[in-house]
Design a binder for this molecule. Structure first.
Ligand SMILES: O=C(O)c1cc(=O)[nH]c(=O)n1[C@@H]1O[C@H](COP(=O)(O)O)[C@@H](O)[C@H]1O
Length: 224
């Protein structure tokens, strides 16, 4: 089975992204390209990274009115990414229209509660209650809207999978036991995320900022 680890190539520099991908390609299952990369390099950058030969996860976290998101997803359809993110908070109509506009081979997944947030941050946005309940509520919304899965932290993935057994679960905020947490707040180890049911693990800086990214990716893969 190929690795469940997708490496987040968060850089605006195309050559650096290509070099990192070439280094780690034997120890990861896919590549995640996000806003930092896409704003600098656009669809041409995505096509350049496709040449590495790994599945590409396009993480643009789209969140707007249904018509705008659907048209954006339609514009991305020729890239046929393996995975594409939208924000669950955009609401049911936006989620339905995003899925309808996507390439049929693309898994459209909804970001529930960013792993950089905790319950105090949630309260600041006017949402009372626990992260667990908020994620499960948005998971149910995504499922009802016909999406393929969600993005959540490793702290919620077991509960989310229990209520959506055939959902696709993306878990970022993953850190090796001794890893620097940085701006993430809800973190788990790669092993815990995998054991608790993550379909894929998104890991960026623990690999990309390592002195030897390939060795870091290999060490993480060895714990799974
Ligand atoms: O959708 C995502 O991938 C995502 C959702 C989320 O809740 N938290 C989160 O960190 N991410 C992404 O996952 C990656 C995590 O990177 P590191 O913190 O460097 O491992 C970044 O590219 C984030 O954009």
């Amino acid at each position: 089975m190929s690795s469940r680890v997708y490496v987040a190539l968060d850089t605006p520099d195309l050559a650096r992204a290509q070099a990192l991908a070439a280094k780690v390609r034997h120890h990861v299952g896919g590549i995640k390209l996000g806003l930092e990369f896409f704003c600098a390099n656009g669809p041409a950058g995505v096509r350049a990274l496709e040449e590495v030969g790994l599945p590409v996860f396009l993480d643009l976290k789209l969140h707007d009115i249904p018509n705008t998101v659907a048209k954006a997803v339609q514009s991305l359809a020729p890239l046929a990414p393996a995975v594409l993110t939208v924000h669950a908070a955009g609401g049911r109509a936006m989620l339905e229209d995003a899925k309808a506009a996507a390439h049929p081979d693309t898994r459209v997944v909804a970001v529930t509660m960013l792993t950089s947030l905790d319950e105090r941050d949630l309260a600041d946005t006017g949402v009372a209650g626990s992260a667990h309940d908020h994620v499960l509520r948005l998971a149910e919304l995504a499922r009802a809207a016909g999406l393929d899965g969600i993005v959540c932290s490793g702290a919620e993935v077991r509960a989310a999978k229990a209520v959506w057994p055939d959902g696709f679960f993306v878990v970022p905020g993953v850190r090796p036991a001794d890893g620097a947490v940085g701006d993430q707040k809800r973190v788990v180890t790669p092993r815990q995320a995998a054991d608790d049911g993550a379909s894929i693990l998104v890991i960026g800086r623990p690999i990309t900022q390592a002195d030897d990214p390939d060795a870091a990716a290999r060490a993480i893969a060895a714990t799974l």
